[in-house]
Design a protein. Structure first.
Length: 241
């Protein structure tokens, strides 16, 4: 994967559609786009769209019958795809793309055999995908914690599984307007009391400056970091079904 080249198409990832199957995320590299086409070459019409849901590529089998960006097609995709089609190059393995911004990592969980394992939970799309971190199994949770003291509890992991994924913008506004106080704001932003007082400013301008600082900080957080912060301050507020 280290030799892959980002394509000139828009975005960090694309979506792939195959008839009768759920859409998948495709890493926006030339190699992975070609790999996706080859992996689905016997499944009829395949569509690849960007994150704005604009059609970029359409194939029938392994052959392209539409590509909006002709320069990308001629200069980037075909030089990688055609050798695979002709058997002159190894067909690259397609690996669905996972946006780690929306991944809760290293959660402790109990598998079907009653063993304790580490999992990652990804909820960047409509469903939650569970993947094993490694093949290690432990007889007790205490043994797992001893080796991975920074892992997240099963209780927290199950809460995540049963909840709707975060809308970060809504969380920022909700936090700033309803749940912020001086202590947890300093903790979130990781700044001194003196720096916080300067940021807080006067009554007239404090909200805008604070929102800007909170927005920047929260957008830098991975999902597990944000979860840890919200749990710490009893701010884990989610809309329920």
């Amino acid at each position: 994967m280290s030799t892959e080249t980002k394509s000139s198409l828009t975005g960090q990832f694309l979506y792939g559609y195959v008839p009768g199957e759920e859409r998948v995320c495709i890493k926006n590299t030339i190699e992975q786009i070609a790999a996706y086409i080859m992996a689905n070459r016997f499944k009829g019409q395949v569509k690849i769209v960007n994150f704005l849901d604009i059609l970029e590529i359409q194939t029938m089998g392994e052959f392209i019958d539409f590509c909006d960006n002709k320069r990308f097609l001629q200069n980037e995709l075909l030089p990688v795809l055609v050798p695979m089609q002709k058997g002159e190059a190894e067909v690259i393995e397609f690996v669905p793309f996972i946006d780690e911004t929306y991944t809760l990592k290293n959660a402790r969980f109990v598998n079907e055999e009653g063993k304790h394992v580490l999992i990652n939970l990804n909820f960047s799309d409509e469903c939650i995908e569970v993947t094993l971190v490694n093949d290690e199994v432990f007889d007790t949770e205490e043994e797992l914690i001893a080796k991975y003291p920074d892992s997240i509890s099963q209780e927290l992991a199950e809460h995540v599984v049963n909840a709707i994924p975060y809308e970060r913008d809504e969380f920022i506004i909700e936090y700033a307007e309803e749940y912020c106080d001086e202590e947890n704001a300093k903790d979130l932003l990781g700044i001194s009391e003196e720096a916080f007082e300067k940021l807080w400013g006067t009554e007239e301008d404090k909200f805008e400056s604070f929102i800007a600082a909170v927005t920047e900080k929260v957008n830098e957080m991975t999902v597990d970091e944000l979860l840890e912060f919200t749990f710490k301050h009893n701010l884990y507020i989610r809309a329920q079904n």
